[in-house]
Design a protein around this ligand. Structure first.
Ligand SMILES: *Cc1c(COP(=O)(O)O)cnc(C)c1O
Length: 390
């Protein structure tokens, strides 16, 4: 159940749309994963680092003041308290242990805002691996603090000057590097995206979020929640918290995309609401594109949601009716961020703030519900943007 088909499809979405030279590497990756995923030694090593290095389990915190304000019982799954400040480290840690098992000595990754780059540089320092990060020239300028972090931890940053000089172009360059050095190099993809088996791997490494949250809510409330809410960029924190609730049909799964300046403005990143099936970065997904099938530039105030596609499993869950998705504007996200800060003393990432903003919508959520919201990351990285607007 919930596993992709043999060729990596979730329903109509997914697959391996890559040059032939990469197919053996993807097959090796899946074979290695299938061998180690039930291996007690691998599980024990991953658990050790998740606990002692990342700080898991993350708390499931009952946000009393926010609950009162929204007239719901709201629990926050505190992924912001992980080492490096977001959920991304759950995946980079799992993948680097897998790379070690495969005998790779070098790691590459793409990054947009730098959050995935920092999580990758962190685990490379931890494991003593060479680390090369591809980043758009535009993003290097905008995210200089994260560039300094990665450099301090020993990573080399490669500036990408093609196309729009952002994440989409950095991803293309990372794939090119991987094709050339696949022998000794593992490519750590940062969301539940890309060719099979990445969407499966990333989801499984992130599913620790929902596994803990399900146990924690049963401990604290002796019942399952009415709804689980998460923001959606590529889909990794959402699938991570949803996975262990998918079979609980009474639990609504709600994803929140970035409506940017509005869904009719062409300045948004709402790939589930407004995308059409297309191939982007190795798999078939819902993609923002023009009438000629050219990829459209995405826009969101939060860099982590600013991507013109969304991973295959979420596309499938949406199409099958299990996942509901909504879109929240830049302005409402900023308001959601401010409200949580004032009410609870927690500064959330702007990505997460999109999910927070949905809590005000009684038409969608009703009243007096028990809700778990994935607090995917902390907002320190966004302070400059936040203070410009608030
Ligand atoms: C990267 C990021 C996201 C978006 O990525 P997903 O793969 O959709 O989870 C959301 N929140 C934070 C804090 C992020 O850093």
């Amino acid at each position: 159940m919930h596993e992709p088909s043999k060729d990596g499809f979730f329903g109509n979405y997914g697959g391996m749309f890559v040059p032939d030279t990469l197919i053996p590497a993807l097959n090796d990756l899946l074979t290695c994963y299938n061998t180690v995923k039930d291996d007690p030694e691998f599980i024990q090593e991953l658990d050790y680092y998740l606990h002692h290095f990342v700080g898991r389990p993350s708390p499931l915190y009952r946000a009393k003041n926010l609950s009162e304000k929204c007239n719901h019982t709201i629990y926050l799954k505190r992924e912001d308290l992980n080492h490096t400040g977001a959920h991304k480290i759950n995946n980079t840690l799992g993948q680097i242990l897998l790379a070690k098992k495969m005998g790779k000595s070098r790691i590459i990754a793409e990054t947009g805002a730098g959050q995935h780059g920092v999580a990758t540089a962190t685990v490379c320092a931890l494991m003593g691996m060479q680390c090369d990060i591809y980043m758009g020239a535009e993003d290097i300028e905008r995210q200089s603090l994260n560039v300094k972090r990665m450099t301090l931890m020993g990573a080399s940053i490669h500036s990408v000057n093609t196309g729009s000089k952002t994440l989409k172009d950095a991803t293309t360059e990372a794939i090119r590097d991987w094709m050339q050095y696949v022998e000794n190099t593992h490519y750590i993809i940062g969301s539940a995206l890309g060719p099979h088996p990445y969407p499966l791997l990333v989801r499984n490494f992130q599913s620790i979020i929902g596994k803990e949250a399900r146990r924690q809510i049963l401990d604290q409330e002796q019942t399952l929640p009415d709804a689980v809410i998460a923001c959606i960029g590529g889909g990794s924190n959402a699938l991570g918290i949803f996975h262990h609730f998918i079979d609980d049909n009474s639990v609504r799964l709600i994803g929140v995309e970035a409506a940017g300046e509005g869904l009719d403005s062409n300045m948004h990143a709402a790939s589930l609401s407004k995308g059409k099936p297309g191939v982007l970065h190795g798999s078939l997904n819902s993609v923002l594109q023009d009438e000629n099938g050219q990829i459209q530039l995405a826009h969101s105030i939060s860099a982590g949601l600013d991507y013109p596609g969304v991973g295959p499993e979420l596309c499938y869950l949406k199409e099958s009716g299990r996942l509901e998705s909504y879109a929240i504007s830049n302005k409402d996200a900023l308001h959601g961020c401010k409200e949580l800060a004032e009410l609870e003393g927690i500064i959330a990432a702007l990505e997460t703030s999109h999910a927070l903003a949905l809590l005000a919508d009684k038409k969608i959520l009703g009243e007096n519900k028990m809700i778990i919201l994935c607090l995917s990351g902390r907002g320190d990285k966004d302070m400059e943007t936040i203070s410009q607007y608030v």
